[in-house]
Design a protein around this ligand. Structure first.
Ligand code: MG
Ligand code: ZN
Length: 216
């Protein structure tokens, strides 16, 4: 029985990967740079996307977002209220976005109008890692409020992303977390090959560095 389930899972991942390539090609045809933001609920993915989009708008860069959630439109509504163009994408019950959902969401947009696509994945640190969506970049967003053991507990999401963001630096002291421990764990896991950006969306610390890391 176990083998059957493993086999099924493999087919699901293979199908996802095929559609991810399709999404990637579609975005490239329209010269769109894309980013998949992954991380827990409350890490600050929505706030970070809104902040990055504001900075890009000031530079004349046209941003589209896809807000992924199991249910509801809270993140969609926040992005919309900030003036962003955004598509709501509910998974229904799945705890991660997949390439097929992104294909369908992109069909709703006029891609000629955009230079950048930001995708907010469902708040979850585990399975989004296994489902690439066809973006140029994948970014893992964590926050100091989640404790100093995040990197030690969740290898996969960090290994499957291009770099990481450590948000809520402004309240690290207040929650009794030493960001250096997290940075050190990350450095060890990645062998120093990838960067973790210390950031505070609220104060603006590190946000320009993240844009630079995305070549935007
Ligand atoms: Mg959010
Ligand atoms: Zn999932």
């Amino acid at each position: 029985m176990h083998f059957v389930q493993v086999g099924m899972e493999f087919d699901v991942l293979k199908e996802n990967s095929k559609l991810a390539h399709k999404n990637y090609r579609l975005l490239k045809e329209h010269n769109i740079k894309s980013v998949d933001f992954m991380g827990s609920i409350g890490a600050g993915k929505t706030s970070l996307i809104i902040k990055l989009a504001e900075k890009l708008r000031d530079k004349g860069v046209r941003v589209l977002a896809i807000a992924g959630d199991v249910i509801g439109d809270d993140d969609f509504a926040r992005m919309k209220a900030s003036g962003m163009d955004v598509i709501n994408c509910n998974t229904g019950s799945e705890c991660h976005l997949d390439s097929n959902l992104i294909t369908k969401a992109l069909e709703k947009a006029d891609l000629e109008n955009y230079d950048v696509l930001f995708i907010e994945n469902v708040g979850n640190l585990v399975c989004p890692a296994d489902f690439p969506l066809g973006t140029d970049y994948r970014v893992a967003v964590i926050s100091t409020t989640e404790g100093d053991d995040m990197v030690r507990k969740h290898h996969s999401i960090f290994l499957h992303s291009d770099f990481a963001v450590l948000n809520k630096m402004d309240i690290a002291d207040a929650v009794g977390v030493n960001p250096e421990i997290i940075a050190e764990d990350y450095k060890k896991l990645m062998g120093g090959l990838k960067e973790i950006y210390k950031c505070s969306v609220r104060t603006g610390q590190g946000v320009d560095e993240i844009l630079a890391a995305l070549n935007m």
